[in-house]
Design a protein. Structure first.
Length: 466
């Protein structure tokens, strides 16, 4: 199932250790740190859990360019990430645990953030999904006008589950279900003039359903389960299995993600809600967010800020998905290809020119084995992981797809670009890919080479220096 998660990403840091003595400086425990784990929180947690369930997940969010964001990109391996421009530091929440018991939490970079930007690919990911989860953590992504318009467009034809936040935006009217927790629901009911001492979960849910014009509201109540109120009226209590919980972090994220999946599969809301509550309880019983598998320590980027290790053809789906999303939004897909062994100014100019012709640029990149066959046993000079990372560092490159063949034909058949761009001084129709690209209505364009700028020339110069 194709699921798009829209929301704010946080970096969660778990510092785990043991405490057997007090500090001589003050009567506080000394924590002997056994390990530090970093993971994606907020909307990133929703996306990570859904991806681990085997779903095709795209995360629409905002990412900064600081150290915290680099940890987030590693933690989001397996998720296609479409991000707006960085406008604020990465919000980081650091939890110190002694054994399995949380002792203290430090928040950094959590001040209110400006509304981030959006791109056509981000909007297309919303409109082309089978189900949408909105994980609002009050950082501004749900206030973006373009994203709100895209969400408003899809609420009538696919399930949208909205997990709200007190500092976030109100859900767009018509969403399938909104999932506040009890404290959030009661606080909103109080703000609406209801007496909190006389207001139960059902009354608060009905108040919010009318206020938000949603089809349903599911108020989560921790170990007491949840309360569901639908447009048709009536209140349904949904019990939760008894579970021993030391840290409830992530339960709401697990519930919202599961609920969207079940609704996307066609289950009735009451059954979907009951199963989602069970999933959240099982998630906590296994240790919750703190027990999720750790992300790989080293990885390279493929796709828009995607960070799985690169293997030939392993991320063709990401390039295909991006291209399809752009086409669905009425945009133009541009692709180019090459070895890009030593990135130089000529490459940068060609790539920038290619990107200016459409709404996204996908680079088809020869694998190390492919480069060796084409250029000789001493090439490549730079590994495919580093070549891809350098390409993605360029603002004009939106995705990289690695291929292992000598030519990019198979790669192109998956991407099906509207425009295929190559550097050279020959006629576009002379390109070997011309007939293939014309087969789906695309066209070839050539961009002139820049004299005195070539990888071979740089390699020869380096050889002389060494």
């Amino acid at each position: 199932m194709r699921i798009t998660v829209v929301g704010d990403v946080l970096l969660d840091v778990d510092i785990n250790g043991a405490a057997t003595r007090l500090s001589p400086d003050a009567p506080v425990p000394v924590v002997d740190v056994a390990g530090i784990r970093r993971r994606a929180g907020g909307a990133g947690l929703v996306a990570t859990v859904l991806a681990q369930d085997g779903h095709d997940v795209t995360l629409v969010t905002a990412l900064s360019d600081d150290d915290g964001a680099s940890h987030l990109r590693r933690a989001l391996a397996g998720v296609s990430v479409l991000a707006g421009d960085p406008l604020a530091p990465t919000p980081t929440k650091t939890r110190v645990r002694i054994g399995s018991h949380p002792m203290v939490r430090f928040d950094e970079g959590c001040a209110p953030a400006p509304v981030p930007s959006s791109t056509p690919a981000m909007l297309a990911a919303i409109t082309s999904a089978d189900a949408v989860v909105v994980a609002d953590y009050g950082r501004g992504i749900t206030a973006n006008p373009g994203i709100r318009a895209a969400l408003a467009e899809v609420v009538g034809r696919l399930p949208v589950v909205w997990d709200p936040h007190p500092a976030g935006s109100e859900p767009v009217p018509g969403v399938a279900v909104v999932t506040p927790n009890l404290a959030e629901a009661l606080a909103s009911a109080k703000a609406g003039g209801l007496n909190p001492s006389r207001t139960g979960a059902g009354e608060a849910a009905e108040h919010l359903r009318e206020k938000w014009q949603s089809n349903a509201v599911l108020v989560t109540r921790g170990e007491d389960g949840a309360v569901l109120v639908e447009t048709s009226g009536g209140t349904v209590d949904i019990p939760a299995p008894r579970t021993s919980v030391s840290d409830p972090c992530g339960a709401g994220d697990r519930l919202a993600g599961s609920l969207a999946v079940y609704l996307g599969l066609g289950l009735e809301l009451q059954e979907a809600a009951a199963r989602a509550v069970e999933d959240a309880s099982a998630f906590l019983a296994k240790g919750g967010a703190a027990a999720l598998p750790e992300a790989p320590a080293v990885s390279a980027a493929v796709g828009l800020n995607n960070v799985e290790p690169i293997r030939p053809d392993s991320h063709i789906r990401d390039g295909v998905q991006l291209a399809q999303s752009i086409r669905d939004a009425g945009g133009t897909v541009v692709a180019t290809g090459g070895c890009f062994d030593l990135l130089h100014a000529g490459h940068a100019r060609t790539l920038a020119a290619a990107r200016s012709m459409g709404d996204c640029l996908v680079v088809c990149l020869n694998s190390d084995e492919s480069v060796s066959r084409l250029k000789g046993e001493h090439r490549p000079i730079v590994s495919v992981e580093d070549r891809a990372e350098l390409l993605l560092a360029l603002e004009c490159v939106d995705a990289v797809v690695v291929f292992d063949e000598d030519t990019p034909e198979a790669c192109l058949q998956g991407i099906r670009p509207d425009i295929w761009v190559k550097g050279g001084d020959y006629e576009p129709d002379e390109l070997p890919e011309a007939r293939l690209v014309a087969g789906w209505g695309g066209r070839c364009v050539t961009v002139p080479f820049h004299p005195a700028r070539s990888t071979s020339g740089l390699a020869a110069a380096l050889a002389k220096v060494s």
